[in-house]
Design a protein around this ligand. Structure first.
Ligand SMILES: Cc1ncc(COP(=O)(O)O)c(C=O)c1O
Length: 418
């Protein structure tokens, strides 16, 4: 929907709401965890199941259709991030893509691994394992939601040096909701060490902000279909810059990782093809849903989605501030996204998130590290929904939360944050 008028876009968001059953039944503000599927996405998945059901999964036309679907998915995932299709590996999720790179890059003892203090476990734990297993010198750059892009770049500049081998950061932080200056970090890292590689955790960016991996020069970018893209759970993709593919070894291997082999001992590994990172069977159902989800997002327009999400964040900031809560996510336009987080000292975030859902059908989540409630504001959300959140928060601040909500305030030890 390029060059669309405001009226076009208003109609588009209304259409999307109407097509997405969960949005009719709930105030759904949790696509940063998992996005609600639309009927067209679900229909594409059902159609695939019906095809396999009636013809069998290995009938020639079904196999051919699945091959075409995988090709189409690769093309669309490439278009989504500004890559070429032969730079895209099909994965199950962001975390797999991150692990392909951290597990396959030759990181040696004392090589620098740089990350930030606002990463998800899916970025932190692979970094810690590089320290544990390879003896990497891991550096964690502290960041704050008030930081400007320049201030963030300066903090990284203080840590990135000629020994830096890997920079692993989110494009958008899952906790504070701030946008990181990726292109600046890429040029910092490559200037400090031509051998440094920058890997982006795109869990909170794909389907949220426009992405151009070629323009930013980033080395690798992992992203999912099941968050802002509102596609099926368990499907994602990994971009690796063409000239970096050969240097990353596949940690898990299948026939795709062999250029030639036989039963007499002859074996030549595949180096150049990104498919060396893929294993065997991929679900046609998921691919069908992924294709439909990307088509739906591209039809809305990445710029339009991004502008709308950020506009809703501004509305939330103005309205929620009046309730007396402390807004945590950035109020600067340079780092603002569709993720809106807030804190209130009188009610634990987990309890408030539970209360919002239990009493008003508002689906969102608590972020434990910040004791903050996080609203994922996607283009389909509305100003009225934000008003409703504010009213329920006001009610909770005045009258307290339900006993059930109070009981969930203490999460089980070892619980994994989605
Ligand atoms: C920043 C970030 N990275 C990684 C993940 C894990 O995503 P996935 O399920 O795609 O592996 C999440 C999930 O919320 C996230 O927010």
């Amino acid at each position: 929907m390029t060059n669309s008028t405001t009226a076009d876009m208003t109609a588009r968001w209304a259409w999307l709401r109407e097509q997405t059953p969960a949005l009719r039944n709930r105030i759904y503000m949790n696509c940063g965890f998992q996005g609600p599927m639309s009927q067209p996405v679900a229909d594409a998945m059902h159609a695939w199941i019906d095809r396999e059901l009636s013809l069998g999964p290995t009938t020639r036309e079904v196999l051919e259709a699945r091959r075409q679907l995988a090709t189409r998915y690769r093309e669309l995932a490439a278009q989504l991030v500004g890559a070429d299709p032969d730079e895209i590996a099909i994965t199950e999720h962001t975390t797999r893509g991150i692990n392909v790179v951290t597990g396959g890059l030759n990181v040696e003892a004392d090589d620098g691994v740089v990350t930030s203090g606002i990463e998800h476990a899916s970025g932190m734990i692979p970094s810690y394992f590089l320290r544990e297993r390879r003896g990497a010198d891991m550096r964690i750059v502290p960041l704050s939601p008030e930081d400007s892009p320049g201030a963030m770049a300066e903090r990284f500049a203080g840590v990135i040096d000629a020994r830096t081998r890997l920079v692993l950061v989110s494009g958008v932080s899952y906790s504070t909701g701030q946008r990181l200056p990726i292109a600046e970090l890429v040029s910092l890292a490559h200037r400090a060490n031509p051998g440094a590689r920058v890997l982006i955790d795109g869990a909170q960016t794909a389907g949220h902000e426009p992405i151009d991996v070629h323009a930013s020069g980033v080395d690798a970018y992992a992203f999912p279909m099941h968050k802002w893209m509102c596609g099926p759970g368990g499907l994602g993709a990994l971009y690796i810059r063409r000239d970096r593919i050969a240097e990353i070894d596949p940690a898990a291997v299948s026939g795709h990782a062999a250029a030639a082999w036989d039963f007499a001992g002859e074996f030549t590994p595949e180096r150049e093809s990104i498919q060396k990172f893929e294993l065997t069977t991929v679900s046609g159902v998921l691919l069908a849903g992924g294709v439909a989800a990307i088509e739906q997002y591209l039809a809305s327009g990445p710029e339009a989605v991004w502008e709308r999400a950020r506009a809703l964040n501004r509305v939330a900031e103005q309205r929620l501030k009046r309730t007396g809560v402390t807004v945590i996510s950035p109020s600067s336009e340079a780092t603002r996204t569709g993720l809106f987080t807030f804190h209130t000292p009188s009610i634990p975030a987990a309890a408030l998130a539970y209360h919002l859902q239990q009493t008003a059908g508002i689906v969102c989540r608590g972020v434990r590290e910040l004791d903050a409630v996080r609203l994922s504001l996607n283009a389909y959300n509305t100003e009225d929904e934000i008003e409703r959140v504010a009213e329920v928060v006001e009610g909770a601040l005045r009258d307290g939360v339900t006993p059930e909500a109070q009981a969930v305030a203490q999460p089980a030890a070892g619980a994994v944050e989605p």
